[in-house]
Write a protein that binds this ligand. Structure first.
Ligand code: PMP
Length: 404
């Protein structure tokens, strides 16, 4: 048995973390995994989450019963409002379906599975992913029989958006194609379209009747403002574009391990929404039966209590503010102090947790081998891995590998 099972390679990001952990070098730096760290390089339990934890500990009504199949209603309702906006036409017209999922990954999976089963495909089942994208998107779609294709997104020459290439593939893809779009803080590039660019993207999506699969794993991390980071999603809903949204509270609430997320399908009518909901319940039942309760309770408390919600917004500002400060400092060190060859403006123009530095695979390997700085070979760094104590060490070593 199992002689024919091919050996799969380990996950590259988690392998990087393992190598970092095993490295005894005192100045080692981990810029691989996308998890927030404070200025002491420690995981950060948000103060608002601590408060919610205390509250839940004392609540005599908290038990360990099953949640409903579609999740904790006070969580899914509030989560929908957070991403779609309290004034969303989709919510007013009760045509949004919200399902609690196993974090953003589970939302992506359930959304992909639902499309695979129920989207009226004109040709082969295919999804357009940005080039590059979160690497897991490929296996998530393949797992449910949808073939991933890519559309141009990142232009290495400008270290920015390949806007024309992106628009071109929207125009040339057959009508009613499925496009996965990162709602904000694009992973891995940190490059987002501007509002004007989103407007044009929406025009073509409407013209070509494409279906939009929004992945929103970083609401609040891009700009520090929850509403601002939901702008593209809300704008697309207002324009009447058919879409779904995958939502995660892993990053913006620091609840990585609690696996709290949601899938929101915006349907054209309440009747369509009811049909979609009924089928999502069947899929959910066969996959996980009922979602986990704890993280959803924490988020429900935070979203439904005005003072906790205010505190959460402060906590998000603390995280995004520290990341933005690190961007500014890295930019200053490279372009002003060390005068590292090249233009480093992309470090401050890119958005969210990640930055595509522009360093190539050889330089990235050299950083790891010579300086014990761990990053993916595509040159992506997690800004959250930098802090006031290690940023100079990183900048100096980056300077060295760039100079060759
Ligand atoms: N989508 C994107 C683009 C991501 O970067 C991530 C996290 N790396 C996710 C989805 C899902 O993360 P999680 O399952 O932890 O919510």
């Amino acid at each position: 048995t199992w002689d024919t099972v091919p050996l799969a390679p380990p996950d590259s990001i988690f392998q990087l973390t393992a190598a970092y952990k095993a490295d005894p070098f005192p100045q080692k730096v981990n810029l691989g995994v996308g998890a927030y760290r404070d200025d002491d390089n420690k995981p950060w339990v948000l103060p608002v989450v601590k408060k919610a934890n205390e509250f839940l500990l004392q609540d005599p009504n908290v038990d360990h019963e099953y949640l409903p199949i579609l999740g904790l209603p006070e969580y899914t309702t509030a989560a929908a409002k957070l991403i779609l906006g309290p004034e969303s036409p989709a919510l007013r017209e009760t045509r949004a379906v919200s399902v609690q999922t196993i974090s953003g990954t589970g939302a992506n999976h359930l959304g992909a599975l639902f499309l695979s089963r129920f989207y009226t495909w004109d040709g082969p089942k295919q999804v357009y992913l940005s080039n590059p994208t979160w690497i897991n998107h490929f296996q998530i779609f393949r797992n449910v029989g949808i073939e991933p294709l890519t559309y141009p997104y990142y232009d290495p020459k400008t270290i920015g958006l390949d806007y024309e290439g992106f628009l071109d593939s929207l125009r040339t893809a057959s009508p009613r194609s499925v496009f996965l779009l990162h709602a904000c803080a694009h992973n891995p590039t940190g490059v987002d379209p501007t509002k004007e660019q989103w407007e044009k993207i929406a025009d073509i999506v409407l013209e070509r009747k494409h279906y939009v699969f929004f992945d929103c794993a970083y609401q609040g991390f891009a700009s520090g403002d929850l509403d601002n980071d939901a702008w593209a999603v809300r704008y697309f809903v207002e324009r009447g574009i058919s879409l779904l949204v995958c939502q995660s509270f892993a990053k913006n609430a620091g609840l990585y391990g609690e696996r709290v997320g949601a899938l929101h399908v915006v349907a054209p009518t309440k009747q369509a929404a009811d049909r979609v909901r009924s089928q999502l319940a069947v899929l959910q039942r066969s996959e996980i039966s009922n979602p986990p309760a704890y993280g959803a309770r924490v988020i429900a408390l935070i979203l439904n209590d005005a003072s906790l919600f205010e505190q959460w917004k402060e906590d998000i500002k603390t995280m995004s503010g520290r990341i933005i400060a690190m961007r500014k400092e890295l930019h200053r060190l490279l372009s002003e102090e060390l005068k590292t060859p090249g233009n480093w403006d992309h470090i401050i123009n890119q958005i969210g947790m990640f930055s595509f530095t522009g360093v190539n695979a050889t330089q990235s390997k050299a950083l790891t081998e010579k300086a014990h700085i761990y990053l993916t070979t595509n040159g992506r760094i997690s800004m959250a891995g930098l802090n006031t104590k290690n940023i100079r060490y990183f900048a100096e070593n980056l300077d060295k590998v760039v100079r060759g």
